[in-house]
Design a protein around this ligand. Sequence first.
Ligand SMILES: Nc1nc2c(ncn2[C@@H]2O[C@H](COP(=O)(O)OP(=O)(O)OP(=O)(O)O)[C@@H](O)[C@H]2O)c(=O)[nH]1
Length: 748
Amino acid sequence: DASENKVHRQRKAGPKAEKKKAKKEKDETLDPRQRNPRAFAFHSVNKVAKRVRRTMDIQERKKHIPVVDRAPVEPPPILIAVVGPPKVGKSTVIQCLVRNFTRHKISRVNGPVTIVSGKKRRLTIVECNNDVNSMIDLAKVADLVLLLVDASFGFEMEIFEFLNICQVHGFPKIMGVLTHLDMIKNVKALRKTKTKLKHRFWTEVYQGAKLFYLSGMVGEEYLKTEIHNLGRFISVMKFRPLAWRTTHPHLITDRFEDVTEPELIRQNPCCDRSVCLYGYVRGTHLKNHSQIHIPGCGDFAVSDASILPDPCPLPDQEKKRTLNEKERLIYAPMSGVGGIMYDKDAVYIDLQGSHHLAQQDQKSANPLVSSIIDAQETLDSKMASSQMTIMQGGQAMTSEEWQSEEMSNPREVLVEENGRSRRKAVFADEDEHEEGSGEEEEDEEEEEEDEEEGEERDVSMFENELDALLSESHEGTAPANTSEDFEFADDSDDDDDVQLFTGKKSKGKMNGMKREEADEEEGMDVEEGSDEEEEDGEEEEEEDEEEEEEESEVDEVKTPTQKKVKSESRDIMLNYNIKELKDKNDEVKGEEEEETGEESILFLLSFCLKWKENLLEKASESFLRRQKETPNLRKLVYGNVVEEEDEEDEEEQLGGLFKSGGGTEGGEKRAGAMNGTDCSKFVLHSMRDWDLEEVTECIRDCFVTGKWEADKDAETLLDKDDEMFGDFEDLETGDTFSGKQEEEEEDE
Ligand SMILES: Nc1nc2c(ncn2[C@@H]2O[C@H](COP(=O)(O)OP(=O)(O)OP(=O)(O)O)[C@@H](O)[C@H]2O)c(=O)[nH]1
């Protein structure tokens, strides 16, 4: 019977009980992982390896060279500059960001706006005016730049002006923001634009630079989620400020007050003024009575500096995650926010513009200020209209003309749009790309039904190229294959056309990799801020995946055409094609659409053999051309050159052998004057016979043995030396020797 079984009784004494007790005590000291290691063993080796690698990556990246941290316990707000061309949406972005952080709406953005964005961070947002001076001032001090680009229009010159300025002052952190994306209705065009702008932005800033998309507007505001993401990114971003900036005290003025006695101004409007500047001190400590520089005004001495209560303090340190409504402060004195302001010695009440008129009167009373306000032209426009002669006797050039000559620099194209003139930035490679783009789109629409999107674009591009070549062969005009033609392909940088043939795959992958790294870095920054950011990281990864998909699409398209073209001269041929595509794309579009791919490739092969014809002739032609183009060193060094009189004869002589290249009359004349024979080359006409007496005689005088003029003759000079330095006294013996005496002794 079960009920009769003896119940188990635990031992309370004896060796067994002691053993059990000791084990229990030991277990209590261990953590669950040690007590039960099997429960915590990993299940997937790959996952663990990935996790370990990631942790180590993050740890490794943290090992920066230590920077001296001069920031006070409560650091000044981070300065965010919003830069972009006119009407791109700068004010709107600032308004939306302020609303996102503070639930406060500012009707007009004027001057810096300071907000509390988190428990430990404040932001000062400044809108940058569209003149070079404002850009320079802001590039010097900004921690982060939001570079706004109107995606429906493309890059404008203001962007590149600002980037150039940054190159001089040191780059702050730059984030691109694309606006007006809702103006692009076609989904495909939208995607294309995004990719194109992204790659150009990466080229200008760095590979993997963060680009935000503001895809549309609701009323007068951007989409809340997008602004929220942008704000979150800004508020957790880490900065590595530039060394120069952190070692120099500077102050960004939030507000200024002219405290000169009105009576003094009345007596003399140009009298010295006393001005109070209010702002957070950044960099290092600012000493009282020190010398300061105010950009645009000059150098001054501080008469007094004092500490004011923080107008926009950080919340008290409490253990909670988010800010409450009261802590979401905003300080924008020049935008008229808040109504009441407390200063060192006064309280100001904002009268909402009723004092506006009085201010205007003040402006008109002061001719200096009003002349600055009324200035129509900025420094850069004055610079643009000034001219400079680069070569002696050459044409004077404006800076615009000079810039347009440089292929790598963006060219400025003025575009009139709704009565607004905008300065579009066009790159040499983009230009040609865009010329064909209209047709390309038409093509795409036709083929849309049967083909995949990516394939469509690249294959059609290749077909265009073949068409161009075929039509040319029908016209019977075989182009001259000069070295220049081949060099052209190397010049074009990241053009799609080139990427199709010249190993784009590896380049694309590299970009992808770099971007991943950059994203991870940002991901790391984000991770420490809040766990919400992990979502962002995921989004990023998704984006990356999309990128990779796009790239793989391009790769797939490449294979069928590339496999067939495997001759040794492939590179030359393909580069040649690219050049031709650029030149002839417009002319012959659509003429030979029925050609099949194989025929075209056969033609290409035969074409590449044609290239080898008449090599000798072409080489000599190119040699002559190069000779003509070499600059005349004699002219460069000595200024004037005696013209070669027998130029004509020479030309005739050359004409017997080769035909010189054509050119305009004026051009030839100028080339003749500039490009004489290179005098730095030593030309040996005939050897001298050194056995002849006259010939050896002619070099005798080059040496001291020769008969020279009296004042240069070696013997006479030696005699003179003796007269001057001949006498000396032996200090040990006390004997005095004279040069003359010695000579006499020697003679004896
Ligand atoms: N459709 C559309 N309109 C936009 C977008 N962004 C801005 N706008 C509009 O563009 C106009 C100009 O915007 P602002 O924010 O004043 O531009 P801004 O850069 O501050 O202009 P300035 O200060 O004059 O240089 C406003 O009417 C906005 O509503 C956008 O993404 N899509």
